[in-house]
Design a protein around this ligand. Structure first.
Ligand SMILES: Nc1ncnc2c1ncn2[C@@H]1O[C@H](COP(=O)(O)OP(=O)(O)O)[C@@H](O)[C@H]1O
Ligand SMILES: Nc1ccn([C@@H]2O[C@H](COP(=O)(O)OP(=O)(O)O)[C@@H](O)[C@H]2O)c(=O)n1
Length: 241
C-alpha cells in the first residue's frame, strides 16, 4: 500500500495514461544491440514516440537536478539506477508527448524496474521487442559509436554486459514465459534487422488517411464531391424547367 496520493493516482490510472488508452512496447537487448537505431526507424514509419531510459537519465544529469550526481556515478559504473527515478522520468515524458503509442527503450532492465513500472502506472506492455545480438558484435558497435558517452569504454562495457546477463535477461525470460517476447536477430545489417522489425509492427502501419496530410486530402475530396453534387443538382433543376 502506498501513500494516499499514490493510491489515488493508481486508481485514476487503471491501465490508462491520463485517461487515455495507451500502447507500450518495451525494447530490450544488450548494450549496443541496436535498440536506439531501430527505434528511430519505427518512429518514422509507425508514429510511435521513442523514450530511451538511458537518454532520459543522461538528460537528468545535464539538467543539474539533485539526483544528477548519483545517476552519473551509477551510469559510469554500468549499474542500474533506482526504479523510482527512471519511472518518474518515463511517466513524465509519456504525459508530455501527447502520443498514445510508446517505445520504451532500455527499460525494464531488472525485476525491480519491471514490477515498479507496473505498480506505479498499471500499464502492461503490448509486447517486448528483444534484440538478440552476439556480445563481440555489441562490443564492436559500442566501441565504434563515438557519442562521447562516459560509459562507452571497455571496462564499463564489460560491466554492462554482466548486468545485462544477470539482471536484464531474467526480465526477458519472464516476458517469454507469458508469450510477450518478439525476438529479432540483431546481429545482421541495419536494413535487414528493420525488415524483421517490420513484420512485427505491420499492424501499426499508419494509413495515409490517418496522417494530418491524409485527413486534409480527405476533407478536400469530400468538399469537392459535395460541390459537384450541388452543381449537378442545380443543372438538373434548370434543365427540367
Ligand atoms: N545492425 C547494425 N549493424 C551495424 N551497426 C549497427 C547496427 N545497429 C546499430 N548499429 C550501430 O551500433 C552502434 C550502437 O547502436 P545503438 O542503436 O546505439 O544501440 P543500443 O541503443 O542498443 O545501445 C551505433 O553506432 C549504431 O550506429
Ligand atoms: N532502465 C535503465 C536504463 C538505463 N540505465 C543506465 O543507463 C546506462 C545506459 O543505458 P542505455 O540504455 O542508454 O545504453 P545501452 O547500455 O543500451 O547502450 C545503463 O548502463 C544504466 O547505467 C538505468 O540505470 N536504468
Amino acid at each position: 500500500m502506498g501513500t494516499a496520493a499514490e493510491v489515488a493516482d493508481k486508481e485514476t490510472n487503471g491501465g490508462l495514461l491520463d485517461g487515455k488508452k495507451v500502447t507500450v512496447v518495451f525494447v530490450l537487448g544488450g548494450p549496443g544491440s541496436g535498440k536506439g537505431t531501430q527505434c528511430a526507424n519505427i518512429v518514422k514509419r509507425y508514429g510511435f514516440t521513442h523514450l530511451s531510459a538511458g537518454d532520459l537519465l543522461r538528460a537528468e544529469i545535464k539538467s543539474g537536478s539533485e539526483n544528477g550526481k548519483m545517476i552519473q556515478e551509477m551510469i559510469k559504473d554500468g549499474k542500474i539506477v533506482p526504479s523510482e527515478v527512471t519511472i518518474k522520468l518515463l511517466h513524465r515524458a509519456m504525459l508530455e508527448s501527447g502520443n498514445d503509442k510508446f517505445l520504451i527503450d532500455g527499460f525494464p532492465r531488472n525485476e525491480e524496474n519491471r514490477a515498479a513500472f507496473e505498480a506505479v502506472t498499471n500499464i502492461e506492455p503490448e509486447f517486448v521487442l528483444f534484440f538478440d545480438c552476439p556480445e563481440e558484435e555489441m562490443e564492436r558497435r559500442i566501441l565504434g559509436r563515438n557519442q562521447g558517452r562516459e560509459d562507452d569504454n571497455i571496462e564499463t562495457i564489460r560491466k554492462r554486459f554482466k548486468v545485462f546477463l544477470d539482471s536484464s535477461l531474467p526480465v526477458i525470460k519472464y516476458y517469454e514465459s507469458i508469450g510477450k517476447v518478439r525476438k529479432i536477430d540483431a546481429g545482421k545489417p541495419v536494413d535487414e534487422v528493420f525488415e524483421s522489425v517490420k513484420t512485427i509492427f505491420a499492424k501499426y502501419e499508419t494509413k495515409w488517411y490517418d496522417t494530418p496530410r491524409g485527413r486534409t486530402m480527405m476533407l478536400c475530396i469530400g468538399g469537392f464531391m459535395l460541390v459537384s453534387a450541388a452543381v449537378a443538382l442545380a443543372l438538373r433543376k434548370r434543365n427540367s424547367r
